[in-house]
Write a protein that binds this ligand. Sequence first.
Ligand code: ADP
Ligand code: G6P
Length: 485
Amino acid sequence: SEGQTDAAGGAHLIVVSNRLPVTLEQKGSDWSFKLSSGGLVSALSGLKREMSFTWVGWPGKDFGAEDRTKIDSLLQENSCSAVYLDDETAEQYYNGFANSILWPLFHYHPGEMMFEETAWDAYQRANEAFAAALAAVVKEGDLVWIQDYHLMLLPRMLRGLLDRSGRRGVKIGWFLHTPFPSSELYRILPVRRQILEGVLAADLLGFHTYDYARHFLSSCTRILGLQTTGESVDAGGRVVRVGTFPIGIDPSKFSEALQTAEVRGRLGELERRFAGERVIVGVDRLDYIKGVPQKLLAFEQFLSQRGDGAERVVLVQVAVPSRGDVEEYRQLIGSVNELVGRINGRFGTIEYTPIHFLHRSVGFAELVALYAVADVCLITSTRDGMNLVSYEYVASQAQRHGVLVLSEFAGAAQSLDGALIVNAWNIEEVAGAVAAALAMAAPQREANFRTLHRYVAKHTAAYWGTSFIAELTRVRHAADAAALL
Ligand code: ADP
Ligand code: G6P
């Protein structure tokens, strides 16, 4: 039945994230939904095809009472439910604290971090609003799975409300979609204790890679003085499990799309358009962690090293606009535009444009066709929790067996054997890897593709979600332990 899952042993599952899978758009007096971008939404949407759950999140802006009623019923049809925040709180919580403090810090960009008390206050208020909304619907025995760095105080706040009303049998999980940085960096954060204590009220904490989990555990030891093992924290007598659960995609969504007339038609058009040229594809939210400037510089270096008469190579870079209210993101747009202009000016001719730069979101069919047409996918993140674009490229390459060039600073580099792994900061090395990728012989490409595809096909979004939920169901809850005394 609705909300029941096998992996959850029949318990009702509630998933909580800042971003909902749909973003609301007003058309006249009506509302319509657009699919949200980002790895969290992609993975959880993939999981939703396997497992049912109620998805609770922020609808992206505040609405008046009348609109809320309408939006609530629209969301309910998609088993989603909104937590409304006033615009001032949302701005300070989302742009101010989550995106200007935690995001840069967790991605090793402390230079971009601006700690402000007002943002911290708003982060607490927003987490409280989520806790209150959840406490109103969570029932004894439910499983609550909280997502990401936006909601790190929520496990503790929710636990407090549930305990006070006697609901001690609710299990709470929390998963981080970003890296967790080295404790040497994490300890810069003025509210480092509160944030750790916030998540430690959960029963199970999940990370993409063993390194991130290890950094978290050593932060608990160094900052809170807690005892840890390789897979748990002793939080004052309560054992909190810490595990690694690498996220994935729903690969069938891509292989099925490639069978549709729409994608095949578009792929045919792109093949004709790029006849006689080799294609490198890049797909990133326009975020400073994605290393887009490094990618452009490496492509420039690659172009400058080619002899006259070499085959033409184009880079198609989709840059999905993201977090435009934050200053660092706006600056990035300026510097990326400048680089694209300079490189196209330097190497372009009337017949040939080296970089096709799309600073907008593209539809799913277009995205899949682009992945499928490309000989190489180039990912140069300077830090990235996992990076699902790398998985999506593999899922779209059954025909061509294209080459994945992947930054060692993306979580995916730990799992994706068969990719060419590069140090994204080393422009020369990335340029060399692009040349090697384009020159790679078919048997080697096919062997690499088989290895990559085996991993992507097994470690899906559904596998990630069901493993986490199965583990959450298993972990001993504080109340169970107390009952044994
Ligand atoms: P991040 O979560 O940092 O954005 P990922 O690479 O993990 O990075 O995930 C990006 C996700 O966003 C991918 O699943 C990708 O398909 C998706 N995406 C990219 N462009 C669009 C788009 N135009 N519309 C919807 N989703 C998109
Ligand atoms: C990353 C974060 C997600 C976030 C996504 C898109 O993947 O881990 O929590 O949803 O980026 O960013 P946005 O700020 O638009 O939600």
